[in-house]
Design a protein around this ligand. Structure first.
Ligand SMILES: Cc1ncc(COP(=O)(O)O)c(C=O)c1O
Length: 315
């Protein structure tokens, strides 16, 4: 069950559209060229988590693409409308979507809220912007619980590509995710659940829909525990993860040390724990990398529990 709300100057709160009917021009450059941006957020009980971080990444993606999109307040009004429709508290007839979603997922009130903006129809070139709200798939919870088999795949770009070739739009969350989806299909065909991209010069980058995290755990002779959380550097052309950013802030407050790459695949294989992390799936432990077991038994589970609790507290 999906709710759509378009950003439309004639409707300050957003225009609710029927998600089962055609709503986009066939000449929209989002469809004809993949020329647009998006961001995916998780809403719990009608409240979007890390809303400001997602809106600011949307603005940053738009700036990288030189796309002129409406300001944050216009998006916020449409998000409010879309979530009300989804949860069945809206004024429009589409409110039934929420009731149906609640029936599908009676145990929790979670929603995936997607913000989308394209360069618009070829004729007008006015951006098309909308919100899509749907229920999260059950796969995320399953992967959080059971962990992931992951393979490394070469992304084919060097780790300096963001500086060398800005037209490749590295660091923007563009609609051109066909390559990321193809990488996932390749992983599935080879018996894996997910992918960690490496650069052509061998650096660890990110997953097709997630950031990479690893941890080291040390207990000194005097019983002192040191926990260090490490993620690849952002200047390798990866997407700045809002979940990684928020978790780093929470972990620092909880006494963790923080580090930023450069990381190579061996670093992940030597780590006490490795995770893929994102807004919707949250923290999913990596069990295997290219067929090799990852992490230190016991420590891995303890750190996963600790970081998941920190993540649950992030608004
Ligand atoms: C390529 C990529 N990297 C990282 C992430 C994680 O970002 P966030 O934590 O903001 O969801 C995503 C999310 O979809 C992604 O697509």
């Amino acid at each position: 069950m999906t709710v759509l709300v378009f950003l439309d100057p004639a409707y300050p709160q957003g225009r609710v559209a029927d998600a089962t009917a055609p709503t986009l021009m066939a000449t929209d450059q989002g469809a004809t060229r993949g020329d647009g941006i998006f961001d995916s957020m998780l809403a719990v009980n009608g409240k979007v988590r890390k809303l400001e971080a997602h809106l600011s990444r949307l603005v940053s993606s738009a700036n990288i693409m030189e796309l002129d999109i409406p300001g944050p307040d216009v998006w916020k009004a449409a998000i409010t409308t879309a979530l009300a429709e989804f949860r069945g508290t809206g004024t429009d007839g589409a409110g039934s979507a929420g009731a149906a979603a609640a029936a599908e997922q009676p145990h929790q009130d979670e929603a995936v809220v997607k913000l989308l903006a394209t360069r618009g129809p070829e004729e007008t070139k006015l951006p098309t912007c909308w919100i899509q709200v749907s229920a999260p798939s059950a796969l995320g919870a399953q992967q959080r619980a059971s962990g992931l088999k992951v393979m490394f795949l070469n992304r084919g770009y060097s780790s300096t590509v963001a500086q060398d070739a800005p037209w490749l739009l590295m660091g923007a969350k563009t609609l051109s995710y066909a390559v990321n989806m193809a990488a996932l299909r390749h992983a599935h065909e080879h018996g894996n659940d997910d992918v960690i991209f490496t650069s052509s010069d061998g650096m660890v980058l990110e997953g097709p829909t997630s950031s990479v995290l690893m941890a080291h755990y040390e207990k000194g002779d005097d019983g002192t525990v040191t926990k260090r959380l490490i993620t690849p550097q952002l200047d390798t052309g990866i997407l700045p993860g809002t979940t990684q950013g928020a978790l780093f802030r929470a972990a620092k407050e909880a006494g963790w040390e923080l580090g930023y790459g450069p990381l190579v695949p061996e670093d992940l294989l030597d780590a006490d724990a490795v995770w893929l992390i994102s807004s919707i799936r949250l923290l999913a432990p990596v069990n295997e990398l290219d067929g090799q077991a990852v992490g230190t038994a016991g420590v891995r589970e303890q750190l996963t529990e600790e970081l998941s609790a920190l993540l649950a507290g992030i608004e």
